[in-house]
Design a protein around this ligand. Structure first.
Ligand code: PEP
Ligand code: MN
Length: 348
């Protein structure tokens, strides 16, 4: 339920409404904008409760949120969320966010060199895996804490915020120390304990859609994070598993405009995992930006054939430069900015 506070209500009047919400055993989420103040009531919303709040002084109106996810929904918050990051980078504003870097960090030079290359091509956020969710326990599972330090060094050296995946509550403290965005991977989208923990963290979280996660399940997973008090959630479509085996995953283009219609949260597209094939990354990246994505996550490697994970879908430096130029042409068409990248038409 959403309570719209009457214009001119004082802080004490607002506090009184919040106290009544808490007395009813529910949580209150205050959102004070320049235009109006609204209070979200989290918990069940029977009609009697709506009647009770409607009769309170300083309450302008009361609305029930029809969706099962509340804080995440567009009904709850009409204006788009813009996540603020270090170095003045934002996710969800007019400027596209481009997160690029290797699937996994292999050594310090590897991440530092890749950071310089992707930055020069126009990326504004550095990605790199330290803890890798691998299908086989014998595959390379990341360098762990050591990689977090390399990632942080590379981010500082190039002036970019950094994002890395957190797989377990065990590593929350170290990931928070070194990273600017915590990535919750597809395989952990419904790890509800992990969602609770990142919800308590004071860091933006990027939540990837599960391999067979429905849109509603994805948004409810984001609700877990927001319900713990973390407003800085970014959604990421990374492809879903379908009957098709010609590519690794099926990038669900529909999910981009739908998630943006249902939620105020920024939506990032990951065509690297969404396709699993290097040759498909650029066209799908262009399609995602055309469909309204707020940015991209792209795997880039200096020598993909020797990558310790996801080489088949990683772009070389020159392929990434080319992709950025093509994406820039689409960005212009949809009136989004991608600073420092010269647009060129994509090769057919
Ligand atoms: C990744 O970003 O490297 C990754 C493992 O992604 P996902 O969780 O989407 O598979
Ligand atoms: Mn990967």
């Amino acid at each position: 339920m959403i309570i719209v506070v009457s214009p001119g209500a004082s802080q004490e009047d607002i506090q009184l409404i919040i106290s009544r919400i808490e007395e009813s055993g529910r949580q209150a989420h205050l959102s004070q904008g320049t235009e109006r103040t609204i209070i979200g009531v989290i918990g069940t919303d029977p009609p009697e409760l709506q009647d009770m709040f409607e009769t309170m002084t300083h309450v302008e109106s009361v609305h029930r949120v029809t969706k099962p996810y509340k804080l995440v929904s567009r009904e709850f918050k009409a204006e788009r969320t813009i996540v603020q990051l270090p170095y003045g980078v934002t996710v969800g504003g007019n400027e596209l966010a481009v997160m690029a870097g290797p699937c996994s960090i292999e050594n310090e030079d590897h991440i530092v060199n890749t950071a310089h290359a992707v930055k020069a091509a126009g990326a504004n956020i550095l990605r790199g895996g330290a803890f890798k969710p691998r299908s086989s326990p014998y595959a390379f599972r990341g360098l762990g804490d050591e990689a977090l330090r390399f990632l942080s060094t590379a981010g500082k050296e190039t002036g970019m915020p950094v994002i890395t995946e957190l797989m377990s509550e065990r590593d929350l403290e170290s990931v928070c120390r070194y990273a600017d965005i915590i990535q919750v991977g597809a395989r952990n989208m419904q790890n509800f304990m992990l969602l609770d923990e990142v919800g308590k963290a004071k860091k933006p979280v990027m939540l990837k859609r599960a391999l067979s996660g429905q849109i509603e399940e994805w948004l409810l997973a984001a609700e877990y994070i927001m319900a713990q008090g973390n407003p800085d959630v970014i959604l990421c479509e990374r492809g879903i598993r379908t009957f098709e085996t010609a590519y690794r995953n099926t990038f669900d283009i529909n999910a981009i405009p739908l998630a943006k219609e249902l939620s105020h949260l920024p939506v990032i597209a990951d065509p690297s995992h969404g396709t699993g094939k290097r040759g498909l990354v650029q066209p799908v990246a262009m399609a995602a930006i055309a469909a309204g994505a707020d940015g991209l996550m792209i795997e880039v490697h200096p020598n993909p054939d020797h990558a310790l994970s996801d080489g088949a879908q990683s772009l070389t430096y020159s392929e990434f430069i080319k992709m950025m130029r093509s994406v820039s042409a689409i960005a212009t068409a949809v009136e989004r900015s991608l600073s420092g990248v010269k647009a060129t038409a994509a090769a057919r």
